[in-house]
Design a protein around this ligand. Structure first.
Ligand code: ADP
Ligand code: MG
Length: 318
């Protein structure tokens, strides 16, 4: 099977009905329509075997993940996703691997009406790069730099699941933690709904404290007061690793792909309504302060730096 057959068989989907796609896979380039009154949001991410996943990862989980991590960035911008490109480097043309990879990637694309409009296929060490385009009303994109003192800090979903699965190091256990690691769910509906509500947003890919730190830094070096007892943990992580370790991984682990956002206190009621509508936990974990430091309170005292992220192994190589 050559590159053309591979693309035609596994990646070329009917593009009809996809908003804005005039011409998809098959020509030298894709043609996308312009929508007046809107702006394009473009994100890209690369997954390299041995760094972002390892050889034991299933093809389906890699396909899902390659798109999911990009959709998570689109969500954090408050945009809706429209199109994607896929640059795939494969050590060999293993048909069953490609079939499962493509089916999983396209299933996620279909769920959010994202059209795969092009890409490139080469031979080499396994690596997947995707670029995703989204759209937002002009001037409405959510940014990292809009947080204000007094804002309530929220996170979506539960945190630390992927890091807990990785630390537990038992890929045979099929449960909520392994799902969190292998099939992160991009929060696109939440991102769109936060436009006009949140002052700032970011997706949590490197760990809550690190990513919240980016928001605070970008927002005129503000600080935060976090109540660690409010951080939503996976019950399974608490059972498998103990409460304290589950909390550490929720604060400092990575690969959550939940959203962290700040809203003015007066709008907290709207977040509660949204939580009901989306049936997704949206938890207030603290507030933005003018101080410039990020304090994490736990059982009546402020945790020190070494207590926050001890020994997290941020790697897939084993
Ligand atoms: P060119 O030689 O003009 O770059 P290619 O032969 O690389 O064209 O690709 C032919 C068509 O297939 C293009 O539309 C390209 O976008 C698409 N394509 C190639 N690889 C992939 C892939 N992995 N996923 C999606 N589309 C792809
Ligand atoms: Mg090409």
């Amino acid at each position: 099977m050559d590159e053309f057959e591979l693309v035609a068989r596994y990646f070329d989907q009917p593009q009809a009905g996809r908003k804005g796609v005039t011409l998809g896979i098959g020509d030298d380039g894709a043609v996308l329509a312009h929508t007046p009154g809107t702006e394009s949001v473009v994100v890209t991410d690369t997954l390299v075997c041995g760094t972002h996943f390892h050889k034991e990862h299933s093809a389906a989980s890699i396909g899902h993940r390659a798109l999911a991590v990009n959709l998570s960035d689109i969500a954090a911008m408050g945009a809706s996703a429209e199109w994607a490109t896929l640059n795939l480097t494969l050590p060999s043309f293993d048909e069953s691997w490609i079939e499962q990879f493509a089916a999983s990637l396209l299933a996620l694309a279909g769920r959010y009406d994202v059209a795969l409009v092009g890409g490139d296929t080469t031979r080499g060490p396994l690596s997947v790069t995707m670029t995703v385009g989204g759209r937002v009303n002009t001037g409405a994109a959510l940014r990292r730099n809009g947080a204000q003192p007094g804002d309530s800090i929220y996170v979506s979903g539960l945190l630390g699941g992927a890091a807990a699965a990785l630390e537990r190091d038992d890929m045979r256990l099929e449960d909520a933690l392994l799902d969190a690691l292998w099939y992160p769910q991009p929060r696109l509906d939440l991102g769109v709904a936060l436009v006009g509500l949140a002052h700032s947003a970011i997706d949590i890919s490197d760990g809550l404290l690190s990513d919240l730190g980016h928001v605070l830094h970008a927002s005129a070096n503000l600080g935060a007061d976090i109540d660690a007892t409010r951080i939503p943990l996976y019950p399974q992580a608490e059972r498998d690793l103990g409460h304290r370790r589950a909390l550490e991984l929720a604060l400092g682990g990575g690969d959550d792909y939940e959203l962290c956002f700040t809203v003015p206190t007066a709008r907290r009621g709207s977040v509660s309504v949204l939580e009901e509508e989306l049936t997704l936990p949206l938890t207030c974990i603290g507030e933005v302060t003018p101080s410039g430091a990020c304090h994490v309170r736990y059982n009546g005292r402020i945790l020190t730096e070494p207590e926050l992220v001890p020994g997290y192994r941020h790697t897939w190589s084993r």
